[in-house]
Design a protein around this ligand. Structure first.
Ligand SMILES: [Fe+2]
Ligand SMILES: [Fe+2]
Length: 476
């Protein structure tokens, strides 16, 4: 009997070990000596200065930690390295569960096409000087990544967090090097952390690239395993009227001619997300492009079990919201597999994009899901997993994937790369020929019909040099 019990136990243990190794499937480069030294002094310092987008490009949001009794907090900004004619912006702080405090400051009034130097200040500390630049026009370049999963391995190997941070920074440096004028933004679709711990977010902020480039956070299911996200983020325009999932809120920001709506998809409350999207669009009616960012996948791989259950639950809620508010692109995550959907409207394929490299005036939302940075799920057992019927392109990899997204007035181009490759694994361009929000050509409402009719009439007259304007007397 004892023998049988032992045998059963050893089989159970082997299965658990196999499953946990599948779940972890950790990828990390090994940090070099310079990073080891930098990272250990950075973590010891503990202030973890982190820059997020502000409400638009005239603003930047900052957050960092300091001792509880460290006086007022402020950010000093100047166009000169010597901080002549500097401006100071005061902020607020909250006490953290660790007994120190999280400082939050918003810098406003930034001019276009300008480089600024900044320092984060309390009575106790002044951060190193760093700089950032504002956009000159509507064009900009972002890196889109998801499921960075900065964490220690479960065996408690402290080096792995350092290596994960190193891996992310190396990828960000590779992305920087591939751009013409540097990165202007990092878009993340959540699961920045694995256990929701402060040291995981601090490791994210250790990236030297993020000294200069704002990082737009998003709440994944792993981010809410702890409460650190709540103290670490300083997201603009948080939607606090609706239901939140404790550590996160939906929030929006504008960059160039793009409205980014970041949803906390851990929260199932459809009405709350709808109200948030409505308020974001109402506040920015003239912004040309609308981009959704959230954690859960919608039209990628049909991974069995919890992953697919979670994704399936999001489709009806978010496809409705994406349709109602004319979302052009959604950047998603969670599955840890790379995919691009067709243009989806009413939860169905509206434009089949299989085998295509571009689309003009898409009739629905195109969803991208990138692979994970530190936990890519690709191995032989996953090659044959089927994809959703709305899927246009899928790719399985055992290496991290990152994406360089070029936003211009008329197009958005996504180039997706595996960590060591110079050539993209996938390239896609979305062109838009009208300035109206929504999906031109989507045959949905009477209002859309009249909008299209008006655009056609206007185009007809403009060919003869006659400009047509409509003035609405909207009392709302
Ligand atoms: Fe994840
Ligand atoms: Fe996830």
């Amino acid at each position: 009997m004892k023998k049988l019990l032992k045998r059963v136990l050893s089989v159970v243990l082997a299965v658990i070990m196999m499953l946990s190794s599948l779940a972890l499937n950790s990828f990390a480069l090994t940090a070099d000596k310079a990073w080891e030294e930098y990272y250990s002094s950075y973590m010891e310092d503990g202030s973890a200065v982190f820059m997020s987008p502000g409400s638009d490009d005239t603003q930047r949001n900052f957050t960092w930690y300091s001792p509880l009794k460290s006086g007022a907090c402020s950010v000093l900004i100047s166009e000169s390295k010597d901080f002549s004619n500097a401006k100071s912006f005061a902020g607020t702080y909250v006490k953290t569960p660790q007994g120190d405090r999280s400082n939050k400051v918003t810098v406003t009034g930034l001019e276009a096409g300008t480089t600024y130097y900044y320092k984060c200040i309390t009575d106790y500390e002044v951060s190193e000087t760093a700089s950032f630049s504002t956009l000159s026009d509507a064009s900009f370049t972002a890196m889109y990544v998801t499921d960075i999963h900065l964490s220690d391995n479960e065996d408690g190997d402290e080096a792995s967090l350092m290596n994960h941070a190193y891996t992310f920074n190396e990828i960000a440096k590779k992305a920087q090097a591939k751009t013409n004028n540097g990165l202007d933004l990092v878009i993340s679709s959540g699961d920045q952390a694995t256990y929701g711990l402060r040291k995981e977010y601090m490791s994210l902020a250790s990236s030297t690239v993020l000294n200069d480039v704002p990082f737009a956070l998003c709440v994944g299911n792993h981010d809410r395993k702890g409460s650190a996200y709540k103290y670490f983020n300083n997201n603009p325009n948080k939607y606090e009227k609706g239901i939140s999932s404790y550590i996160g809120n939906d929030y929006w920001y504008v960059k160039g001619d793009v409205l980014f709506m970041v949803f906390d998809s851990n929260n199932y409350a459809a009405q709350s997300h709808y109200n948030f999207a409505k308020s974001a669009v109402k506040a920015n009616p003239d912004v040309k492009w609308r981009v959704a960012v959230m954690h859960h996948d919608m039209y990628g791989r049909l991974t069995e079990g919890r992953l697919e259950d979670a994704n399936e639950n999001r489709r009806p809620t978010f496809s409705d919201i994406f349709d109602d508010f004319g979302i052009d692109i959604a950047f998603l995550g969670h599955s840890h597999y790379y995919s691009m959907s067709n243009a989806v409207y009413n939860n169905e394929t509206a434009d089949d994009l299989s085998g295509k490299s571009s689309v003009t005036d898409a009739k629905g939302t195109i969803c991208f899901v990138s692979g994970s940075i530190n936990h890519p799920r690709g191995d032989e057992s996953t090659y044959d997993i089927p994809v959703c019927e709305q899927n246009a392109f899928a790719y399985v990899s055992d290496r991290p994937i990152y994406n360089i997204v070029d936003f211009t007035e008329d197009s958005i181009t996504i180039n997706s790369y595996e960590i060591d490759d110079d050539e993209p694994l996938h390239t896609f361009t979305i062109n838009k020929t009208t300035n109206e929000g929504g999906h031109p050509g989507a045959d949905n409402t009477v209002a859309d019909y009249f909008t299209r009719l008006f655009l056609e009439i206007r185009a007809f007259f403009e060919e003869f040099g006659i400009s047509v304007k409509v003035i609405f007397n909207n009392k709302d």
